[in-house]
Design a binder for this molecule. Structure first.
Ligand SMILES: [Zn+2]
Length: 144
């Protein structure tokens, strides 16, 4: 019996030390990669824009360089933003999966605000205004 208690204590210590050694889960790594990629992409987009305009201003014959710089800048910014969105989404999925399976997870799960919606008593339509129903023009009971 005593041996069993020691075993369980050792397991707990091992679990704690494992958590201390690796405090970040995959979800955090995905978040960090997403932020780093977005930052690099935005810096790259600014550099492309500056390079394009510099080439354009010093060598007017290469007017196309300005357009290419602008298009590349927009393309790079857009694609890195999309990659950021996908990586953040993956991190969210990992967090949701961990929460659903009662595993510890780091970071926050994004939430949308709840809005209380009222239904019309006579037609069941969700009310946009507070004083009367837009669909059946019935005045709402209790509204001022
Ligand atoms: Zn109605």
């Amino acid at each position: 019996m005593t041996l069993g208690k020691e075993d369980s204590m050792n397991n707990t210590e091992e679990e704690i030390s494992a958590q201390v050694r690796n405090p970040r889960g995959l979800e955090d790594t995905l978040d960090i990669c997403a932020s780093a990629l977005l930052m690099l992409g935005m810096i790259g987009a600014v550099v492309l824009l500056i390079l394009g305009s510099v080439v354009w201003s010093f060598l007017p014959a290469f007017g196309l360089a300005g357009s290419i710089g602008l298009a590349g800048s927009i393309g790079l910014a857009g694609s890195t933003w999309f990659a950021w969105l996908v990586l953040r989404g993956l991190a969210e999925i990992v967090r949701l999966q961990k929460r659903a399976n009662d595993l510890p997870y780091s970071g926050k799960i994004s939430q949308t605000e709840k809005v209380d919606a009222k239904r019309c008593d006579s037609c069941g339509q969700i009310l946009e205004g507070t004083s009367f129903c837009d669909t059946c023009q019935q005045s709402v009971a209790g509204a001022e």
